[in-house]
Design a protein around this ligand. Sequence first.
Ligand SMILES: Nc1nc2c(ncn2[C@@H]2O[C@H](COP(=O)(O)OP(=O)(O)OP(=O)(O)O)[C@@H](O)[C@H]2O)c(=O)[nH]1
Length: 390
Amino acid sequence: MDFDDDIPTLIEHDASPVEPLKASQETRRVPCTIISGFLGAGKSTLLRRILTERHGYRIAVIMNEFGDTANIEAKAINISSPEDPTAEKSEEFLELANGCLCCSIKDAGIAAIEKLMQRKGAFDHIILETTGLADPGPIASMFWLNEEYSEGLSRQISLDGVVCVVDAVFGQQQMEEDHSVDGIGESLRQIACSDVILLNKADLVSEDKLIATEEMIHNVNPSAPIHRTVQADVDLAHIMNINAYTGSKQLHDTSFHHRHHNDHSHDHVQESTATHYQLRGISSLQLPIPSLTPEQFTKLDEWIRSVLWGNELPNEGSSGNCNLRVLRCKGLFVTDSGEEFMLQGVQNMYEITRVEGQDVLGIPDSGKLVLIGKGLDEAVRLSLMMVLKQ
Ligand SMILES: Nc1nc2c(ncn2[C@@H]2O[C@H](COP(=O)(O)OP(=O)(O)OP(=O)(O)O)[C@@H](O)[C@H]2O)c(=O)[nH]1
């Protein structure tokens, strides 16, 4: 696509002082979506779509790293001011005709985002692009920190979800040939940490190729829905307000044993026992969790803590699996007393919360756990089974 086509209409940002927030706005957290993606997969195309289409949302798009692509990115969405075509300023706000706010932040620091937060009454959603970040995990966990630990940022925004744009032409190859950083390749980290995947450039490949790429993505991250797109044309409802970290809906919706597509359903029913798949050091482990007694629940919590915090299995002794490392985990647990709990974890942080109120969508008979990371071998499954049997 030629970036000079279809340049969005810009309105210079009014630098007048920020209005004091109204009481109702003070309590509302602004959901934040992190966009990651493979090189050239279509992230800018997606952002331009968001910044130019009349979708009715007021979205603040934060470009958190310009790097070498500064000029291209700036041209693509036209955020450089004429006086500053090299985007040397550390930050710049421009309001677009559709009500969105585009914010270029050269330094992706929290301070700059917090400054943007001062305007939170003015928009509904934040989209943070992470071009150049190999791994969206650390930034995702930064947004997701427990409220008790957070001062400014986390109190004002909540992490809604992580979206990864995958190139349908090269995605499979990129995953297979992924060069390894700390034992896990970049593209696979991105897949592992995602809550939604856009398989973009679907117009350029055959159905078989799409299915093969979807299969590979699904095997690495069985809990993220995959949406095929052309020119990143996706219904924003699939990537915004998904409550991937706070709601149980996505966990309920996700059958870990089925491929999960939007318009292209090719469900491959797999066995309902644990499944394991490995690609260049990264794997996912899916485990059914029976209805739990209070003792089992405590033991499960201890087990998760040991795995996520200590990178070790509690019952493995000194000859353990020193490669164990979980990048992302999710789970739904049910108790014998009829309660439902949700597990969310990013890197070594995790949270188990009771599902209540509107989130209760019918308590299932049994729960499920999915771990995505490194060293998730058979010993991990056996260890958990042993803990739950006791
Ligand atoms: N045929 C086709 N081309 C696409 C599609 N989506 C994006 N492109 C083109 O692919 C090229 C790369 O798209 P970008 O949106 O710049 O990708 P990006 O992920 O931002 O790229 P980097 O920031 O360099 O990693 C551009 O020329 C787009 O016009 C699509 O669905 N189909």
